[in-house]
Every structure is written in C-alpha cells, then in structure tokens.
Ligand binder design. Structure first.
Ligand SMILES: [Zn+2]
Ligand SMILES: [Zn+2]
Length: 155
C-alpha cells in the first residue's frame, strides 16, 4: 500500500520504517509524517510515544486510540517545515483532511517539535483552521489523494 503520508512511496519503505523503530525520524517533518501515518493506521501507541514528555501528561492512550478509530485520514499536505538546526522549537505546518461520522474536515496546524535523548518528539500544535468541508459533486475528483471520482472513492 502507498504510504498514507502522501510521499508516493510504499508504506513499508516510508513511515512504517520509523513507526516500527527500524529507522529514526531524521527531521521534524519525518516525525510529523510518521505520526500522521500512525493515525491513518490506528497505531495509538506510536502516537502516544512520540509526544514530548511534558505533553504526554495531558494525553491518554485510550483517548488517542478512540480518536484514531473515529477518524479516517484521507490526505496530508505539508505546507512548510522550518529549519531545525537554528531554532529551539522547529515547526511543521500542514493541512490534513479526514472523515469522522460521515462528515469531512480539513485541519491546518503548526506543530512544534523538540528533541529528547536524540529523538524528535511532538511538543504541541497550534490550530490555524479546522473546518467542515463542502463535499465535491459525485463525479468530481475526490478530496483525498486518489485520482478517482468522489462517488467511487471517499464519497
Ligand atoms: Zn510516509
Ligand atoms: Zn477519496
């Protein structure tokens, strides 16, 4: 299967390498992509484990797991990644499209990252936008990353 993060690579040579621990996320963007792919594949444990220690306190595995199950993640677009060698908290800004309870949403967030013991971790995120999407017409291109018609894909 193609990696959910939208890289055009297969999952097993992209985010799965990082999620499974075979490879390290070498940049905040790689970590962000792997966390998105973990949501898309219902891997709550990985999402929990990649929160920074200070942010972990306000998270529970159960909450992350139920949110991952309630949502179907359709598309990720990275808008901007800051350089990560000159700033204390590098950022990644992205847009993600998901479906929950038969409604489609787009969220735009700037996330902050921090290193802990040599590993990138997700610190927190600032929601810039979170809106319900107007659905495409049945024969229009789907809102996810596929090239299929909406009615034959996510519709
Ligand atoms: Zn990926
Ligand atoms: Zn679709």
């Amino acid at each position: 299967m193609l990696c959910p993060c939208g890289s055009d690579n297969n999952f097993d040579v992209c985010c799965e390498l990082i999620i499974s621990g075979k490879e390290k996320a070498r940049s905040p963007e790689k970590l962000m992509r792997s966390r998105y792919s973990a949501y898309a594949t219902n891997n709550a444990e990985y999402i929990f484990n990649t929160y920074a220690l200070s942010s972990k306190k306000s998270q529970t595995l159960a909450d992350i797991s139920s949110w991952a199950k309630e949502t179907t993640w359709l598309k990720l677009t990275i808008i901007n990644s800051s350089t990560f060698n000159k700033v204390e908290y590098p950022t990644v800004t992205f847009e993600a499209t998901y479906k929950s309870d038969n409604t489609f949403y787009m969220m735009k967030e700037t996330s902050r990252f921090v290193t802990e013991q040599g590993f990138w971790k997700y610190l927190d995120g600032n929601h810039l936008e979170h809106t319900e999407l107007t659905l495409p017409k049945r024969n229009d291109p789907c809102i996810c990353a596929s090239d299929r018609k909406f009615k034959k894909c996510c519709g």
